[in-house]
Design a protein around this ligand. Structure first.
Ligand code: 5GP
Ligand code: ZN
Length: 114
């Protein structure tokens, strides 16, 4: 999609700090990290949000989750633990409408979220 910032990152038109990349998926550092480890896991295919994903996207979304888990291992937070978050639509706080999972780690999180 032409005006989507994450499509441009996926295509290499905007630089990013990549952690894991496959043919279909990219995990890269968030530009404004909120935790010691803060990456974004995206499909290279444009899907606006989890709310817009369909059954045809099941495989790619599984690949995104597995790539996030691989990034967590590479970044050394798999054993201590981490959180994967997909902010969705207004109440979820979604700002970029290309589906993504935040990989958050390096500190302990409370539950439930505030
Ligand atoms: P959302 O609120 O949509 O779940 O989160 C979007 C995330 O994308 C934010 O954490 C923001 O810092 C990150 N972000 C926005 N623009 C860029 C960018 O150009 N590069 C990178 N690496 N992250 C970005
Ligand atoms: Zn996109």
């Amino acid at each position: 999609m032409d005006d989507c910032i994450f499509c441009k990152i996926a295509a290499g038109q905007i630089p990013s700090r990549k952690v894991v990349e496959t043919e279909d998926v990219l995990v890269f550092w968030d530009i404004r990290p909120t935790t010691p480890v803060h990456c974004l896991a995206i499909p290279k295919k444009h899907i606006a949000s989890l709310d817009k994903a369909g059954p045809e996207d099941a495989r790619i979304l599984g690949s995104v989750a597995l790539a996030a888990a691989e990034a967590a291992r590479q970044l050394g937070v798999a054993d201590s633990g981490y959180r994967l978050v997909a902010n969705t639509n207004r109440d979820g706080g979604q700002e970029v409408f290309h589906v993504h999972f935040h990989l958050l780690g390096g500190r302990r999180f409370g539950w439930p979220p505030g």
